[in-house]
Design a protein around this ligand. Structure first.
Ligand SMILES: [Zn+2]
Ligand SMILES: [Zn+2]
Length: 375
């Protein structure tokens, strides 16, 4: 490290983490090789990243302050970029990010996109949450309206003026002299990136873009009965537009975790219910927990209920999306055969077998006999 890291970032020795982050963002925007075409831009961008890598990490910074060296610097310069996606938020690549900072397209397209783009996030929900409906907080990174200038991009005494380079057309005509004669071609105005306007005295926080990378917290009301993969569109919560242009939307894709007990099919719920062999033979009214907290569902097991039989309980499934109605619950009955019998129980069962005219003496185990009896 030939140069002082604080000098590279142009911050004070006792700058706060926030100030360091801000300084880095600001310099990164001007030094990124996609943007800055000067020959040393890439090296300076690397240098900037290395300085930020150290100063943004409290333990590395501490080490640097004490010893003036970079911990683990053996790997030398170019040891790796700071994860810019991390800094500016995941979900979009660095190229995207920088092109969005600069109005998109950097000479690739004449039409400058000023509106913010839609963004997507995933949200995982439990089946219980889906049944009841839930309010969830989503934390995500986006280009948000700049708080410093309220998204206008204007600094103190700043104003938007017609770009003098292109007279507001957003395009400039260049003439190339070729052996076939002069050839004219129109390209995007480099001064205003095609927007036709430039900012005089831009906001220093956002460099006149009216938006800055920021971490957002958004409370989202998830309606009951939503389905796996269903999407909610949060209007205006996507990427902010340039200088107050319309923001994109945030699209929340709901994912529902598998439930330990209930299996959902459409609006119906399926559940496995274990009963005793006596309940299966005689029939029984049993209670199981429903999908709602404190909900108790009564299941009427008919006499002579068979293993695998399905008992339907109306209106105890999932709530239907956008309605008060509910689907049905299907209890899949399993019959538990006792693994151990007391002497008395065994006697009674043998008596029962006799009564039912079954020759249990040939059976090797009472268990096998019982299976035969009830199946
Ligand atoms: Zn601003
Ligand atoms: Zn222009």
């Amino acid at each position: 490290m030939a140069q002082d890291l604080y000098e590279i970032l142009e911050v004070d020795k006792n700058a706060s983490d926030d100030e360091i982050k801000r300084a880095f963002r600001k310099k990164a925007r001007t030094l990124h090789p996609d943007v800055n075409k000067s020959p040393d831009a890439e090296d300076r961008f690397k240098e900037l990243n290395e300085a930020y890598d150290v100063l943004s990490d409290p333990s590395k910074r501490n080490h640097y302050d004490r010893y003036g060296t970079v911990p683990g610097a053996a790997s030398g310069p170019g040891a790796g970029y700071v994860d810019l996606e991390d800094l500016f938020g995941g979900g979009f690549g660095m190229g995207d990010l920088f092109s969005s900072f600069f109005g998109g397209g950097m000479g690739r397209s004449a039409n400058v996109r000023r509106e913010g783009r839609d963004m997507g996030v995933g949200l995982t929900l439990t089946l219980e949450e889906v049944a009841a409906g839930v309010k969830k907080e989503i934390i995500y990174d986006r280009l948000a309206p700049c708080p410093e200038c309220d998204g206008t991009g204007l600094g103190e005494d700043g104003e938007e003026i017609t770009c003098p380079e292109c007279d507001g057309t957003g395009r400039v005509v260049t003439v190339q002299h070729t052996f076939l004669g002069d050839m004219q071609s129109a390209t995007t105005c480099p001064n205003c990136q095609g927007s036709g306007v430039v900012i005089e005295n831009p906001c220093p926080e956002c460099d006149g873009q009216g938006r800055v990378p920021d971490r957002q917290r958004l409370s989202v009301e998830i309606p009951a009965g939503i389905h796996d993969g269903q999407q909610l569109r949060m209007s205006g919560y996507g990427e902010a537009g340039i200088r107050g242009a319309e923001s994109g939307d945030l699209i929340v894709t709901c994912r529902i975790e598998p439930n330990e007990y209930f299996r959902r099919e459409g609006n119906d719920l399926h559940v496995t219910t274990v009963i005793s062999m006596v309940q299966a033979a005689l029939g029984a009214d049993i209670e199981i927990d429903g999908i709602f907290e404190d909900e108790v569902v009564q299941i009427k097991v008919p006499k002579g209920c068979q293993y695998g039989q399905v008992v339907k309980v109306k209106n105890h499934g999932m709530p239907k999306y956008g309605s008060d109605a509910r689907g049905d619950l299907y209890a899949h009955i399993e019959v538990e055969i006792p693994k151990r019998l007391s002497k008395r129980e065994r006697e009674l069962l043998e008596e029962l077998a006799e009564e039912m005219g079954e020759d249990f003496a040939e059976a090797r185990t009472p268990l096998k006999k019982l299976r035969n009896m009830f199946n």
